[in-house]
Design a protein around this ligand. Sequence first.
Ligand code: ATP
Ligand code: MG
Length: 357
Amino acid sequence: MSKKILILPGDGIGPEIVAEAVKVLACLRDDFGLAVETEEALVGGAAYDAEGHPLPEATLAAAQAADAVLLGAVGGPKWEPLDISVRPEKGLLGLRSGLGLFANLRPAILYPQLAAASALKPEVVAGLDILIVRELTGGIYFGRPRGVETLDSGERKGINTLVYTESEIERICRVAFDLAMKRGKRVCSVDKANVLECTELWREVATRVGADYPDVELSHMYVDNAAMQLVRAPKQFDVMVTTNMFGDILSDCAAMLTGSIGMLPSASLNADGQGMYEPIHGSAPDIAGKGLANPLATILSVAMMLRYSLNEPAQAERIEQAVAAVLDQGLRTADIAGEGMETVGTAQMGDAVVAAL
Ligand code: ATP
Ligand code: MG
């Protein structure tokens, strides 16, 4: 039976980069027997403009009915004046909660061909391959009580609350350990157990889950040290698992180590293995509509989708090898080109990946 993929191009460069990823999917379907059906829907600013809401009911229903969702990007200056309740980013949050996407997987991989483009010295990062597993539906971003109160004195008080149940911690840790089994067999659990009781519990549960995985080496790190180690010696890490907020910060940090914002995919998964896949970068309004955006992060997001939601690891590898091949050929969009290198546009890069396939 064909797997169903919902395509959400979104805003800014979203439609341009998603078009290239769709070419890749079509090639796998037509030439390599991948059984998929695609359907397209509106999200973000594009949905607001057409229907007055960044996540129309039909889009959420289609996402829930699909095996996986491929998203481009949402947002842009055009919609910034809008009320926060109908901003394009609300569409994303609605998809996350509507699909129960509690596990956010963010690989930070530096292709050796691009080591010179990194923010750090090539010898520090060449061959970097970290997977950050961020809890996405709990923690301080969702905990209650929250808000800003006015005290009797007239002074205002801001409140956010860090909350995790044991089962929430356990399920995200299991995701991390399962993934580590297929990689370098090391998990680093990041917390602030010396100060925050909630993350003391996190550490305890991580340790308990780790006992079920005797082949995986578990370490614990305080978040401040983890941030320092990520910058000092990032290659020591294999899988890192952490809370929503720590993961938000550490995954951006790890991504920037690679210096390749246009290269990095992400996955957000629920308990049934349904997932939403998107590049880590945003809608890049500064280059939208110009055919300059790098489509590889989106194309690599399709590879993650094949691996994690569609159970097609061999097809995923095909894409990853094709991407490595176009980099070997010296093809570069502007964001990953070294000084004086010739560059190609969005469609040329997508076509080259299809040709390499
Ligand atoms: P968001 O708030 O949605 O995360 P942002 O403002 O943080 O967005 P991006 O939209 O990711 O940032 O863009 C940051 C910079 O990186 C911009 O200069 C943009 O042009 C560039 N950029 C982002 N994605 C790509 C891409 N796929 N190819 C080339 N350049 C990109
Ligand atoms: Mg950003």
